[in-house]
Ligand binder design. Structure first.
Ligand SMILES: NC(=O)c1ccc[n+]([C@@H]2O[C@H](COP(=O)([O-])OP(=O)(O)OC[C@H]3O[C@@H](n4cnc5c(N)ncnc54)[C@H](OP(=O)(O)O)[C@@H]3O)[C@@H](O)[C@H]2O)c1
Length: 362
């Protein structure tokens, strides 16, 4: 049976890296459709044997047609964790399921911030395989200290609940601090590590933004891609890899302390003359305001960009056969190369932009 797979985010850091590895993975019968936004991207995706589809992702009729008309049975959604159009994607998949009498799958890419202190998550470690995770995550929406994070957790729950209601298998894929050179044709750098460099450039120093030593999961971009691959392998082989309320996957070999990331990156930034002093200091209100200028966000949002505690732990990926190549500490060894890569691509680098004047809570 050949499965038709629809991708978004092919020109992005994560989506492009996944497509590159998929090309040589030798997975059984499938055809790829990739959503693109330009002729250049349309040409580029063909090197991955993908058929380009130019559709407006704010138009739910266009999304429905793309899925239904092409008999798509697997969607990899990699372009917006705050997407509220996901019910349209899921219902379109359900229509294909009814027509073809095949299982259909929706893989939604979210982010570790939505399982962190910024989004009302508990401070004690909890696993992506915990059977109570769905209930806990759903409950975060009302507790999130930042409105946008509450919206994000609700978007994840909307996917899980809509998919369950329509007989679609859904998966919440959780990338964390991803690092390493992107493998695809488009964006080569992470939207995460770049924040440390931008803030340091704005202030001339690397500042910490939290008390204590909060930790955050990390992952090399190649390992992030091989988890997507393992999930797809399981789907194509019709194995039950865990879905719906048991469908959370944290793409990470483990966590490191932000302080250690700051120290390693500060050393690399000092070596290149970007900052004058590699000692890490605690940011005060003025420092946060300056960091915010570098990050295109209000001072209150700076800790969201490069700090906080994410106690989510990864078990699910390994349980389906995923073996990350790099341990968590590798990000510290790779910090020098990461800084070099970021500086090389800093012009036009992507990151989360939050307009000045935005409040944490309305
Ligand atoms: N990188 C990380 O460390 C990380 C960590 C946690 C979560 N995430 C999440 O994972 C997802 C992928 O991240 P990434 O690093 O690959 O981001 P990225 O490099 O910025 O790529 C985003 C991709 O989405 C596409 N896109 C965005 N809006 C679109 C729209 N309206 N219509 C069509 N395509 C659209 C972009 O197309 P164009 O090239 O045409 O703009 C690009 O292909 C994002 O949702 C991100 O928030 C990433």
């Amino acid at each position: 049976m050949t499965r038709n797979i629809l991708f978004t985010g092919a020109s992005g850091y994560l989506g492009g890296s996944f497509l590159q590895l998929l090309k040589d993975a030798g997975l059984p019968g499938h055809k790829i459709y990739a959503v693109v936004r330009s002729d250049k991207q349309a040409e580029a995706v063909q090197q991955y044997n993908a058929e380009p589809l130019t559709i407006d992702l704010s138009n739910t009729d266009a999304i429905t047609s793309a899925i239904v008309d092409n008999n798509v049975t697997v969607v990899f959604h990699l372009h917006n964790p705050l997407d509220s159009t996901t019910p349209a994607w899921i219902k379109a998949l359900a229509a294909v399921k009814q027509r073809l009498r095949q299982d259909v799958h929706f893989i939604f890419t979210t982010g570790a911030k939505l399982f962190s202190s910024h989004a009302g998550a508990p401070s004690e470690p909890f696993s992506d395989s915990d059977p109570g995770l769905y209930v806990m995550h759903k409950g975060q929406a009302a507790k999130a200290p930042i409105d946008a994070m509450g919206v994000g957790t609700s978007c994840n729950t909307l996917v899980t609940e809509t998919a369950e209601a329509h007989g679609v298998k859904s998966y919440i894929f959780v990338p964390c601090i991803v690092y390493g050179r992107g493998l695809g044709f488009g964006n080569k750098i992470s939207i995460q590590t770049v924040a440390v460099v931008r803030a340091a450039k704005a202030t001339g120093r690397v500042f910490k933004v939290d008390n204590g030593r909060p930790t955050w999961p990390v992952c090399h971009v190649e390992d992030n891609s091989t988890l997507y691959l393992e999930m797809l392998r399981g789907i194509l082989e019709e194995r039950d890899i865990g879905h719906g309320k048991n469908g959370y996957f944290l793409a990470s070999p483990g966590s490191v302390a932000w302080d250690d990331i700051y120290t390693a990156m500060a050393k690399a930034l000092k070596k290149r003359g970007v900052i004058g002093d590699e000692e890490i200091q605690m940011a005060d209100r003025d420092d946060l305001a300056k960091m915010g200028e570098g990050l295109d966000c209000p001072a209150d949002f700076v800790p969201l960009m490069l700090g906080g505690l994410c106690p989510l732990t990864p078990e699910h990926g390994r349980s389906i056969g995923w073996t990350p190549k790099y341990g968590p500490e590798h990000i510290l060894e790779a910090a020098d190369a990461e800084v070099e890569l970021i500086l090389e691509h800093l012009d036009g680098a992507r990151s989360y932009a939050i307009p000045q004047g935005t409040k944490l809570k309305q």
